[in-house]
Design a protein around this ligand. Structure first.
Ligand code: HEC
Length: 163
């Protein structure tokens, strides 16, 4: 009895392994690849990863769209281009409710692919700070110092990423 039960379970496992993988839902892609640092509700982990809540604000400043997909967590994720685009669009829709610009074009696999061919961002903290300052200048945010990995603003003169 137990042996036949085990046999049936084994058959099921073999069958499951042989069945082509179904595409993961965007939420599962997020949970498996991003949750560890950005947490369930995109709240982030102080000192480790910034919140993704209202990350759509980056779309409103020059260079911000590109920045969003060139951070290492995205550009160097284990996901293929299509799944990376899916999870990024889900992140924006889910954690930036009411703040995604009306003219936002969802990220495409081709755009992710292109971003991955660009050289790595050499000073991501500085670029991020510059983008947050632009948001303050445009009154999109009231302060560049949100609860991020890198509190304290550096005073370096690195220019923002090219548009
Ligand atoms: C190992 C931790 C880690 C993982 C895993 C990770 N990220 Fe991040 N993420 C960061 C850090 C740290 C930053 C801030 C920029 C930097 O210093 O790299 C960031 C920045 C971002 C940003 C820009 C927002 C901002 O405020 O700077 C987005 C969007 C983002 N991550 C999305 C994702 C997505 C989507 C995934 C999963 C595919 C992911 N991240 C996986 C650590 C991580």
């Amino acid at each position: 009895m137990i042996a036949s039960l085990l046999g049936a379970v084994t058959m099921l496992l073999v069958f499951a392994a042989a069945t082509p993988a179904r595409a993961e839902s965007p939420q599962n892609l997020y949970t498996l690849n991003c949750w560890g640092c950005h947490r369930a509700n995109g709240e982030g982990v102080a000192g480790t990863a910034p919140p993704l809540i209202n990350a759509a604000d980056f779309l409103r400043v020059a260079g911000g769209r590109e920045y969003l997909i060139r951070v290492p967590g995205v550009s160097q994720s284990m996901l293929d281009d299509a799944d990376t685009a899916v999870v990024m669009n889900w992140v924006l829709e889910t954690f930036s409710k009411g703040r995604v610009p009306a003219d936002f074009r969802p990220f495409s696999a081709a755009e992710i692919h292109h971003a991955r061919t660009e050289p790595h961002l050499y000073d991501i903290t500085e670029i991020r700070t510059q983008l947050l300052r632009k948001m303050v200048a445009m009154k999109i945010r009231s302060s560049p110092a949100d609860a991020t990995v890198h509190p304290g603003l550096s005073s370096g003169g690195t220019p923002p990423i090219d548009e």
